[in-house]
Design a protein around this ligand. Structure first.
Ligand SMILES: Cc1cc2nc3c(=O)[nH]c(=O)nc-3n(C[C@H](O)[C@H](O)[C@H](O)COP(=O)(O)O)c2cc1C
Length: 194
């Protein structure tokens, strides 16, 4: 199956550090790998409404929800490129993930079965020098992948505050060169044996 990477940009500004780092990593992908880039700020989802136990969800056919759903279903690899906001993913990113809960209940999608075995990746930029403060974001993505039966490629971390700062993080740029060459294992919750 041809690899198809979906890059979801979660920053509240364009061409920020997270996007720059994600683009550096993506440059290394082979030419036959398809790439789709979607800015969640430019395609804002409405507030998520939890209808899971009230009524059946209906598959969206137009607008940004349909765009994001179709792109998600078509991707072999989903790259969450979210800056670190308050130690976790950005609100744009979180809202997109909340929609997964609705799509899990949408008849005819087989959302979980479709995503199972596919790969979730993360890219994030943060201002803090000590990268362990990003552990909540990494946990969010790892556990989401585990819940979905997906593989998890980890999170490519870069340091920076102002746009462009991450280009001075030579270690991050070096990690970007090989980030997508990994063959990630199935994600596991911390309480599961690996
Ligand atoms: C709302 C908001 C929350 C932030 N929270 C954190 C944080 O918890 N830890 C941190 O190290 N940096 C934090 N930052 C700094 C950003 O992570 C940093 O500027 C990063 O480079 C932004 O990524 P971007 O350039 O891709 O937008 C925050 C920035 C904003 C705007």
């Amino acid at each position: 199956m041809t690899r198809r990477f979906l890059f979801l940009l979660g920053s509240s500004r364009s061409e920020g550090n997270t996007e720059l780092l994600a683009r550096r990593a993506a440059e290394q992908l082979p030419a036959d790998v398809e790439q789709q880039w979607i800015s969640l700020a430019e395609h804002p989802l409405p507030d998520f409404e939890d209808l899971r136990h009230d009524s059946d969800h209906v598959r969206p056919t137009q607008g940004d929800v349909a765009l994001l759903l179709d792109a998600t279903l078509a991707a072999t690899d989903i790259v969450i490129a979210s800056p670190l906001y308050w130690y976790s993913v950005s609100a744009h990113t979180k809202r997109y993930l909340d929609y997964w809960s609705g799509w899990l209940r949408t008849p005819g999608l087989d959302f979980k079965a479709t995503l199972a075995g596919r790969i979730l990746w993360g890219v994030t930029a943060l201002a803090h020098e000590e990268s362990e403060v990003a552990d909540p974001l990494i946990g969010t993505l790892n556990h989401s992948a585990a819940y979905m039966g997906m593989r998890f490629g980890g999170v490519l971390l870069g340091n920076g505050s102002r746009p462009g700062d991450v280009l001075d993080d030579t270690q991050a740029l070096a990690r970007a060169k090989t980030f997508f060459t990994q063959e990630p294992p199935l994600a596991r919750f911390p309480y599961e044996a690996s």
